[in-house]
Design a binder for this molecule. Structure first.
Ligand code: SF4
Length: 938
């Protein structure tokens, strides 16, 4: 460290530096030696030299760019800032990006692999070697594969952090074992989109929109929220109007031109009323509808005796939605008729520049919530704004997942623990029902991995998860792969520490805007050391303690499952550059960058770099528009070679080859269309009809389980919204980030002043909130920012641990006593809230927050939507003043009642077990890990 007076300061390149140079973003040519003054040395001017290495944030799904500042004196990461060369985030991050440094330096982090030394959940741990953990799992998995128990190996992921890597691993093993958190998250919205267009997410071009409609707090905390938030504000600055449908006055709603505080679950009624106005007032895009909606299928199936013309279709459409008047929508939602009409007209006038988005929010809260996404997409279809500048595209048009070398074929297995017969249309795996399925004897797990996933805390009815995880007959071996302690890791056999953002490799791409890009998460200290001449074979050599990265874990595990290659697994984990030798993780990405990313080799070449060096240098790459167009891809004309061996169905215009649709004739030309059965936008879904739900063959409105008629305020009943996020926290993975907990450390129950008066509480008073299976005790927050009759509580807080000095991080968790009092009845009581503690970080002694929130999800039963499979999060609750015996943080739950609720919801399904075609699921529907077509047959 050198000390130089400011006036003499000269940058490494020789030029004099100004204060502005020091404050603005470092240019890449100086990343190898960036100089800043040491803030702690002030008022002296003490230089610090950094090497800047880009990576990708891992604190939500947005995959924003980060730049790690490696202190050249200590060889440690000093801080993280935004990477301006990242096409999605453009140098900007939310609070959670820079807080990565807290996670790196967390004194509570797990540094070595641990094995339980007592019973599961007893809290006794011993340090073991990675070899022991790997060999234990390898022999268990090998036995399951060899004995053809391929549905007994399960990988259950919370935050994937990569695109496609694990699907390749599971494919190589030949198991149907990919499980996800998606049906407690987004499978409902996905279903609504998929049933229309075959893609399961929206990708709005907010920056160029004239009108933006969000059914969520998407600007503030939604999916890909930081990159999209930038572009929503950009759109607004260019004159776009913003409407937000949300019962809560979220930060997002406070930025909107229109706040629409609908009664939760009524959103589809409002959207259909808007659709009707657009139709009646002829604001729809006639040509787009005529060309791209499967209206011929609708008429042929539902109105065979009517004139089969587009004009008649429109008339019938208006008749179909006749009941969705503004008055009806206003009655259902509590909005005014005028606001519904005004916004409908603005949407119609925005035309192809209408951008819309929904994700969790209403879709995740309500029975039939998928109809909300479907009704929203209906507005995009009516305006012809699908994949247009300023419109909303299917996500696959704005995302790029490059192919790896040697991709395994699909497995031959169908795992009914994941896709059971009751839910043939479930958008993702029925993961939230795993404890019930195992309890019913539908199967068992020989080897179970939870990966950055905390179902005990995150899922509804977490105590049923504890019961499952502590049952060694149901779950024989469980490893928690995690960068941080969690309530679920506590019940594992092995806790295997994995790297945080700057300690691992991943490749990511997200639909942040109208472009396609990839981002390269890289372990920055490994890169730093290699650049400075250190030979590193495995990333853990550069990580703290014995923290691994998952990519290398799966390579190593796969070699141990199949040491001689006889199972056909090992070959997928051999180097493409050194035949027969173990794959090095940089080789895996090097191959992708050299072969699978259009335009990258050329861009690298221009700078005299290899593609891998280019990605190491910049951390991301936007695929040139001419190599990856993003707008109106459905219009692409099929080339003669693509038409070889095809035939055309005269009525529908569908172009097929060997029975599979590959395109559609539109006005005499064969075009690519959408990945649906008809290759068109399916206003009419034959799938819904064929799979047991004819009444939902077209977009509609389903009464939610928390419809207004089900809530009696006079009896103290309210609708609880438990789904909203705080922009500063990360589900259950921010307990290791002290800055974030300093900002957000309580989740009180929001109540409208009128409701607070009725209940008899003021802000800060204790409330008891009673659900179908239990209750919790939390504080009230009285605010006009919530619509009357509805209460809300954020899902991020209320972390707990069972031992004083171990378990979930002490920055974020209360010490609790958790007991099972009689069969199935559980009680939790805080022994002590969050307290300062001694560690090598002096900030841990300065903790001032105390209560840390209440764990509400334990008191929720499962509510699986019978079609999408999504857990319907909203709860009908009774809200009352806390009783004398109640304490802050109390939780009471009866898992027997939870099982009864599960069975009630299961009865709502319509299993399709006796189908003539023998299919378990429509062949065209997405599965995250897709087995071979023959596995779809029973
Ligand atoms: S939006 Fe997500 S990825 Fe971006 S900085 Fe915040 S937490 Fe990280």
């Amino acid at each position: 460290m050198t000390e130089i007076p400011l006036e003499q300061h000269v940058a490494p390149g020789g030029e004099r530096m100004t204060v502005r140079d020091l404050a603005s973003c470092p240019p890449p040519e100086r990343w190898h030696d960036w100089v800043e003054y040491d803030a702690k040395a002030w008022p002296r001017k003490v230089e610090k030299h950094y090497e800047i290495i880009p990576t990708i944030c891992f604190n939500c799904e947005a995959a924003c760019g980060l730049m790690a500042y490696v202190d050249k004196e200590t060889g440690r990461v000093k801080k993280f800032e935004g990477n301006p060369y990242h096409p999605g985030s453009r140098g900007r991050n939310c609070a959670k990006g820079p807080a990565t440094i807290n996670q790196v330096n967390d004194p509570e982090r797990i540094l070595y692999p641990l094995k339980r030394a007592g019973k599961r959940g007893e809290g006794k741990w011993e340090r073991v070697t990675w070899d022991e953990a790997l060999d234990t799992f390898a022999s268990k998995i090998r036995a399951a594969i060899v004995e053809d128990r391929r549905d007994e190996v399960m990988y259950h992921v919370g935050r994937p952090g990569h695109d496609g890597y694990m699907e390749r691993v599971l494919g190589a093993w030949g198991v149907d074992g990919h499980n996800s958190h998606t049906n407690v998250c987004s499978s409902s919205a996905r279903f609504g989109y998929q049933i229309w267009c075959g893609a399961d997410r929206p990708s709005p071009d907010h920056a160029n929109a004239r009108f933006i409609l969000l059914i969520s707090a998407h600007l503030e905390t939604g999916h890909y929220f930081n990159p999209q938030a930038q572009r929503i504000i950009e759109g607004k600055m260019k004159g776009a109007k913003l409407a937000v449908m949300d019962p809560r006055l979220s930060n997002t709603a406070s930025m909107a031109d229109y706040w629409l505080p609908t009664w939760p679950g009524s959103e589809a009624a409002v959207l259909l009323a808007m659709a009707r106005i657009i139709l009646v007032e002829r604001l729809y895009n006639r040509e787009y509808m005529r060309r791209w909606v499967n209206w011929q299928d609708y008429l042929a199936a539902e109105h065979p005796n009517e004139e089969q013309t587009f004009a008649r279709f429109i008339e019938l459409l208006i008749e179909l939605y006749a009941e969705y008047t503004p008055a009806f929508a206003a009655k259902e939602s509590g909005l005014t008729e005028e606001s519904i009409e005004e916004i409908a007209r603005q949407i119609g006038q925005a035309g192809t520049a209408f951008a819309a988005h929904t994700w969790r929010a209403a879709t995740a809260g309500n029975l039939g919530g998928w109809q909300v996404a479907r009704a929203l997409w209906f507005l995009s279809v009516l305006t012809g704004s699908i994949g247009t500048p300023g419109g909303t595209a299917p996500n696959s048009w704005n995302k790029f997942v490059p192919a790896p070398f040697l991709k395994p074929g699909p497995s031959e297995v169908w795992n009914e623990l994941l896709f059971p017969p009751e839910y043939p249309l479930a958008n993702y795996e029925m993961s939230l029902l795993l404890p019930y399925f195992l309890k019913e004897g539908r199967g068992k797990l020989a080897a179970y991995f939870t990966r950055v996933y905390n179902p005990v805390w995150t899922n509804p009815d977490g105590t049923s998860w504890i019961e499952m995880l502590t049952n060694e007959e149901q779950v024989e071996l469980h490893a928690a792969l995690t960068p941080v302690w969690s309530e679920t890791a506590w019940y594992a056999d092995y806790v295997l520490p994995m790297g945080v953002s700057s300690e691992r490799h991943d490749l990511m791409s997200q639909e942040t805007h109208a472009a396609r890009w990839i981002g390269y998460r890289q372990p920055v200290l490994r890169v730093y050391k290699e650049r400075h001449g250190e030979a590193i074979q495995y990333t853990y050599e550069a990580n703290p303690g014995e923290v691994w990265e998952e990519d290398e874990f799966w390579i190593e595990l796969s070699w141990r499952i199949d040491p001689d290659g006889s199972l056909g697994i090992r070959k997928y984990f051999e180097s493409p550059y050194r035949p027969g030798e173990k794959l090095g993780i940089e080789e895996y990405y090097r191959w992708i960058f050299e072969h699978s990313v259009p335009g990258l080799p050329e861009a690298a070449d221009k700078e005299g770099l290899t593609p891998l060096d280019f990605m190491q240098k910049y951390g991301s790459f936007e695929i040139p528009r001419e190599k990856a167009p993003v707008f109106t891809l459905n219009e692409r004309e099929l080339q003669p070679a693509e038409l070889e061996g095809t035939s055309v169905d005269e009525r529908s215009g569908k172009v097929t080859r060997n029975g599979t649709a590959v395109g559609v004739m539109i006005d005499g030309k064969a075009r690519e269309g959408f990945p649906t059965v008809s290759r068109k936008l399916e206003f009419y879904s034959p799938t819904m009809k064929e799979w047991g739900w004819p009444e939902y063959a077209t977009p509609g409105y389903i009464h939610s389980h928390v419809h207004r008629s089900a809530i009696d305020h006079e009896r103290g009943e309210y609708l609880l919204i438990p789904t909203f996020r705080l922009p500063t926290l990360i589900h259950t993975r921010s307990g290791n980030a002290k800055w974030l907990y300093e900002i957000s450390n309580a989740n009180p129950v929001w109540l409208h002043p009128g409701d607070a008066e009725r209940v008899g509480v003021e802000t800060g008073d204790l409330l008891r909130v009673t659900t179908e299976i239990g209750y919790y005790v939390n504080r009230a927050w009285v605010t006009g920012g919530i619509r009357p009759g509805v209460v809300a509580c954020s899902h991020h807080l209320g972390r707990w641990r069972l031992e004083t000095g171990s378990g979930t991080d002490r920055w974020s968790s209360a010490l609790v006593a958790l007991g099972r009092e009689s069969d199935g009845v559980w009680r939790m009581r805080q022994v002590e809230g969050i307290r300062p503690f001694e560690s090598d970080d002096p900030d841990s002694a300065r903790i001032f927050w105390r209560e840390g929130g209440v764990h509400q999800n334990l008191t929720f039963p499962v509510h699986p939507d019978p079609i999408s499979g999504m857990h319907c999060w909203h709860q009908k609750v009774r809200v009352e003043v806390a009783r004398a015996e109640d304490r802050y943080g109390d939780v009471y739950v009866d898992t027997r009642k939870a099982h009864e609720v599960y069975q009630r919801w299961l009865e709502m399904t319509r299993p399709q077990v006796d189908r003539a075609d023998g299919l378990r699921r429509p062949l065209w529907m997405i599965r995250p890990y897709r087995p071979t077509a023959s596995a779809f047959q029973k």
